[in-house]
Design a protein around this ligand. Sequence first.
Ligand code: OGA
Ligand code: NI
Length: 362
Amino acid sequence: MISPIFNQIIKLSATSIINSHIQEMEKLVSSWCKNKSLPESYIFPPETRPGNLVVPTCSTIPVIDLSKAEGQNRTHIVQQILKAGQEYGFFQVVNHGVPESLMNESMDVFKEFFEMPWEDKAMLYSEDPKNSCRLSTSSVNYAREKIHHWRDNLRHPCHPLQDCIKHWPQKPIRYREVVATYTIEAKKLGLRILELVSEGLGLESRYFGDKLSESEILSINHYPPCPDPSLTLGIAKHCDPNLLTLLHQGDVSGLQVFNNGEWIGVEPLHNAFVVNIGNQLQIISNNKLKSVEHRVVTNSRVTRTSAAFFIGPSEDSIIEPEKSLVDDAPFYKAFEFKDFLLHYFPNLEDNEVVMGRFKSQA
Ligand code: OGA
Ligand code: NI
């Protein structure tokens, strides 16, 4: 039996951990934003703010029906994916096999997490990017960045599941069960898409199936209503550093993709995933696929919740352009993925700088 004194000590130390988090947690946008005007530190310079919020929402980003990939239309679907990956770096998939009930239940549990009182979230707040499950705000560069982003974020790895799951939120009670099922399904879908990509590139279908897709990170974004969406951003422009991202953007718009010199909105489609090509897929495909800059705008009416599932290489993977895809010279040199990440995070808003470091002539 645990002695009452020992019990008391446990309680006291838990309380002091929570207390030490209270002050830090006040940085979360959701903790202070109600009925406040937009603070100076969230106002982007004129050239990067969204300004005119009416952007064309796009029926141009392809919507691909994955149910057709298993029949005689497979080659056609493969071509659609490749073309979308070359032209936009983005596409949406429907009839993708992840049950609608699971998509809805996961979105509900993500929303419930952020709606919980702060005491239930305090243990997870951390400013250390190495923490295995962390609640934070703005970007990884909070302490260094000039302008903060209008978002809170919960992020954790998902593989190997039995090691990771014990660090995930304990509340809402069904979080672990629902999210575990969700991430297993999302990984399966990601691998299916990567098989189609491989076929399109003329690689064996399991090409990306092993170490190149070993890492799975779930990143849940919470964007509260914003007093002035024209001046700030939920996430500033960036490319994803991984291989492939599957985004569940719910039914509130906000994601914009840079295309042909303008920002276009990605229309929320019920029960669809937005898929985008990460930096590593651009590099391995030797620029046959493009990793494209995107950003998130806020709105003044409703909270937006989105969940990005990042599939990426293990940190010790060696990344380089696949030889069979190199015509003259490779566009990039070989590197270890962990070195890419080290260079990515301090420079994440400038894709030229991120990729420039790994170009073969650099
Ligand atoms: C991201 C991202 C888009 C969104 O998390 O990298 O681009 O719509 N998210 O939240
Ligand atoms: Ni992104």
